[in-house]
Design a protein around this ligand. Structure first.
Ligand SMILES: Nc1ncnc2c1ncn2[C@@H]1O[C@H](COP(=O)(O)OP(=O)(O)OP(=O)(O)O)[C@@H](O)[C@H]1O
Length: 332
């Protein structure tokens, strides 16, 4: 990581009675980075984020923001953090402006800056025209923008956004992505959670995958794709005619091939090696034996990468390129 570190999490754990919600989680985020936190329901994302936001105490481990320990100095770190929860309580009889004004005062923003602080976030989130509307009358997308405006009111360095795009329609998602790009351009650091991988893939510099309270992968998109290559490259192969039996039979007797799915006149298969020479040799052999009309490496989706990681995590400790953290090593 070339950027100075803004957030440093070491060996974070948290249990609720018998439930180990977060177990030995360690990661770092550099200043100005946008990082996605991905995991299925119950993976431990919200609990991790709530600890980062000083709303929950960890059983063990430490969190440093700008080098400041969040447990020892919560009052110093809180102004550095903007927190957007996944659940929002829409107060009754409160307008958009009143709501933001309330939070600005809660953050102790001085009277001389109060008006401009509220106006700036209204402007940034394009809620200016709705400033007199009651917040329980806002649409889902508008509510999410209000929640983001609230997180931005103290002009924090680190934004922790829990499922910010959940329930948004495609247009609102696009608007939200644009806001993330704008915040990054302003030098903000963002940690954004989601259980929808494709949503985060496009806007994040790196991705942290959680499963069962632990980190199973931490790295950029290319390290994720590199990791997939350990299990071979996926290909789509098509032959003339509609009979795919020949193709399946051919792959069954040629070592290294595994058919994943069968389509009309073709299959999607993986070949166990990524060595270009070996792949070229297989292609020559396949073309010599069958009427191949199409053969190309298919782009794997991030969702598939995630599933692959989960399938392989118990077989082999994650350790690619020093960026992948195994559950046990992350506890150190
Ligand atoms: N206050 C709590 N009391 C008891 N158990 C809790 C509490 N908060 C979280 N848990 C449990 O801890 C585990 C992790 O929950 P968490 O909300 O952190 O996951 P998540 O990844 O954010 O899930 P989701 O995507 O569904 O929001 C779950 O098993 C959950 O039931």
């Amino acid at each position: 990581m070339t950027e100075p570190i803004l957030l440093e999490v070491s060996g974070l754990s948290k249990s609720f009675d018998q439930v180990k919600a977060v177990s030995g989680v360690s990661f770092q985020i550099g200043k100005g980075q946008v990082v996605g936190l991905i995991g299925a329901n119950g993976a431990g994302k919200t609990t991790t984020m709530r600890m980062l936001a000083t709303l929950e105490l960890a059983d063990s481990g430490s969190i440093l923001i700008n080098g400041i320990n969040t447990v020892d100095h919560p009052h110093e770190v809180r102004p550095l953090i903007g927190w957007m929860p996944d659940y929002f309580h829409p107060y009754k009889n409160t307008s958009v402006r009143e709501y933001l004004d309330f939070f600005a005062r809660a953050y102790d923003i001085p009277g001389s800056r109060l008006l401009s602080a509220v106006n700036e976030v209204l402007d940034f989130t394009e809620l200016g025209e709705l400033q007199t509307r009651l917040i329980n009358k806002l649409s889902k997308g508008q509510t999410q923008r209000l929640c983001l405006a609230r997180a931005l009111i103290s002009d924090p360095e680190l934004l922790i956004l829990d499922e910010p795009a959940a329930g948004l329609d495609p247009k609102a998602r696009m608007e939200f992505k644009n806001l993330v790009h704008l915040l990054k351009a302003r030098g903000k650091t963002l940690l954004i959670s989601s259980h929808i991988l494709s949503e985060l893939g496009e806007m994040c510099d790196s991705l942290i995958f959680m499963d069962g309270g632990s980190i199973v992968h931490d790295g950029d998109k290319s390290s994720l794709l590199h990791r997939q290559e350990e299990t071979g490259w996926p290909f789509e192969v098509k032959i003339a005619g509609e009979n795919t039996d020949l193709l399946e039979e051919w792959m069954a007797i040629h070592p290294g091939w595994k058919v994943r799915s069968v389509q009309e006149n073709g299959v999607t298969a993986t070949f166990s090696s990524c060595e270009p020479e070996l792949v070229a040799r297989e292609l020559r052999q396949l073309s010599a034996d069958l009427p191949v009309i199409e053969f190309h490496r298919s782009e794997r989706r991030l969702e598939e990468a995630f599933v692959d990681i989960l399938l392989h995590k118990d077989k082999k400790p994650a350790s690619a390129s020093g960026q992948t953290v195994s559950p046990s090593s992350s506890a150190s």
